[in-house]
Design a protein around this ligand. Structure first.
Ligand code: SF4
Length: 551
């Protein structure tokens, strides 16, 4: 399949062919060639979402400042869970295809390109690091780059000078290792075995490994005189670090990044033709990938059971709504109106948390009443609400918007300024000052506010939202927030658990039979007032259970 020039046919089976499939590194590729072959539409979507799961988990781990070793272990688990096929060949096929599908999906804007570039480079780095020493050396050679591990003979020739440079940099242990390896004299006689053989032998031996690279590839090391230079070549130690990153890894990842960056630019140029040719089939699917939630229905708990319009005020006061929705609720209450996208975003969220259509119409009619008479509301706004509930137009059961969609939605001004609200994510649209004020109203302490503002400033809006959840509830939101209803579900679940625990504790001194009865009632979902910092009662009958698309 060529994703750009020819459309894939939806046929099950087929194996893509690429240059790397002939080589020994089925698990790691530079993805230089577009794969050809056939793939079913189901596989197409599944592969893309599985790779996104891996990339988003790595991004989150990085942003949570997990250590490199922890992320390295996480990546291994993630790859096993999401990317492993039934055979080595199938695993490789999934890897290559999923990479190219995402390349297409993320080529359209500078933001999308830069996100994919950053995450793919991280994934590539961790996978490269997981290779054995010999595989790394051979992969280096197979990349077609002018970087090569030096042979034992060259090492013997240069050992004295390499040790001198290391000594001058204060790397005494490494210098000592170079000198003692050279003195062992067990590395002679390799001059004639060719570059690949020399590299393999170098990797197999226990002596320090050095790569020979053009000096302009390592300007930082050259500038700080931390590397031996000879005939325009710099001799870089395998674990030679500069500004916190192993130089060898940054060389290989740098090569990967420039290759992917050029491919993304090329895909962006070809996107127009592709989307026109595939307007009815692949283009909408590819187009939707960046805004898709990557969590399956079993990963999230959405409370089931109906809530009424009368309970919404209590839920907002109880801080169960994410900031985007509580802002919208408050702005609706003060302005008695929402702009189009605001109404869409908010009504779909209310639907997803269990507000039935009649109650939604009642709620919006009441809220709009001060500015919009009933008959005008019925004509101009009720249709949209009914449409979202699948009662008008296509009669489709629309799902709530994901955070990615809300964040990426261009809704000029959103709720950042005064006046009517048009939706959006406050962590993106608010200024630092507005965010501080909003979080302070939610009783977040200064430390939390600082962290949230930092994350928002770094454009990590969903993480900022997760941190705010932690600041508001005092409990971490481990699974991440991908939809506003997930925030709500986590908050309700936590409140329910706390109420059940409180009911159990209160009943400890009372009669045993009554205690059990009370505990069962609380566990069934009726959260008592004043738990979670004054949170009001949660909707009777709602309890957190695994659920998929909001009903
Ligand atoms: Fe709403 Fe998602 Fe933004 Fe949180 S991250 S405020 S849930 S859009």
């Amino acid at each position: 399949m060529n994703f750009i020039n020819s459309a894939p046919r939806p046929v099950v089976g087929g194996t893509p062919t690429t240059q790397a499939s002939k080589g020994p590194y089925l698990e790691l590729s530079m993805y230089k060639e577009v794969p050809t072959g056939e793939i079913s539409l189901e596989e197409f979507e599944e592969y893309a979402l599985d790779r996104l799961r891996v990339l988003k988990a790595i991004e989150e781990a990085k942003l949570r400042s997990k250590s490199e070793d922890t992320i390295q272990a996480d990546v291994e688990t993630l790859l096993k869970k999401h990317m492993q096929g039934s055979s080595r060949q199938q695993t490789y096929r999934k890897d290559v295809l999923s990479h190219h599908i995402l390349r297409l999906a993320y080529c359209r804007t500078a933001d999308l390109r830069s996100w994919l570039l950053a995450q793919e480079a991280l994934l590539f780095k961790f996978r490269f690091k997981a290779l054995g020493r010999q595989q790394q050396v051979e992969f280096f050679s197979s990349m077609g780059l002018p970087y090569h591990a030096i042979s034992d003979a060259e090492f013997e020739d240069l050992a004295g000078q390499l040790a001198a440079v290391l000594n001058a940099c204060g790397e005494w242990d490494k210098a000592k290792a170079v000198t003692s390896s050279s003195r062992r004299g067990d590395t002679h006689g390799l001059q004639d075995i060719g570059r690949a053989g020399a590299a393999a032998a170098a990797a197999a031996s226990s002596r320090p490994l050095f790569y020979k690279v053009p000096f302009q590839a390592v300007p930082d090391l050259v500038g700080s005189r931390r590397v031996l230079l000879r005939a325009g070549q710099a001799y870089v130690g395998e674990d030679q670090a500069y500004v916190g990153e192993d130089q060898v890894y940054s060389l290989v990842v740098g090569a990967f990044r420039s290759c992917l960056s050029a491919s993304l630019a090329e895909a962006a140029r070809a996107w127009g033709a592709f989307s026109a040719a595939e307007a009815d089939r692949l283009a909408p699917l590819v187009d939707s990938l960046p805004s898709r939630s990557v969590y399956g229905s079993d990963n999230r708990k959405v409370p089931v059971g109906e809530i009424s319009a009368g309970q919404l005020a209590g839920l907002v006061a109880g801080r169960h709504f994410p900031l985007c929705m509580s802002v919208m609720y408050e702005r609706l209450a003060s302005e008695h109106h929402l702009k189009h996208w605001g109404l869409q975003q908010f009504s779909l969220f209310l639907k997803s948390i269990g507000l039935p259509l009649e109650q939604a119409l009642l709620f919006f009619r009441q809220q709009f009443a001060a500015r919009t008479p009933g008959d005008k509301f019925n004509k101009e706004y009720a249709y949209n609400v009914r449409y979202n509930y699948g009662q008008e137009g296509k009669r489709q059961d629309w799902s709530e918007w994901s955070c990615v969609k809300i964040i990426n939605q261009e809704v000029g001004g959103a709720c950042a300024g005064a006046g009517e609200c048009n939706g959006g994510c406050p962590y993106k649209t608010y200024s630092a000052e507005q965010l501080r004020a909003a979080l302070s109203r939610l009783n977040c302490n200064d430390k939390v506010i600082r962290e949230v503002v930092d994350k928002a400033r770094g454009k990590h809006y969903q993480l900022a939202c997760g941190l705010a959840f932690e600041g508001i509830t005092g409990s971490p939101q481990e699974t991440g927030i991908n939809k506003p209803s997930e925030y709500y579900a986590s908050s309700i679940e936590l409140a329910t658990q706390r109420a059940a625990a409180a009911a159990g504790a209160n009943g400890a001194g009372a009669q045993q039979g009554q205690q059990q009865q009370q505990g069962q009632q609380a566990g069934g979902g009726a959260v008592q007032p004043q738990q979670q910092g004054g949170a009001p009662q949660t909707p009777a009958g709602q309890r957190a259970v695994a659920a998929g698309t909001p009903a």
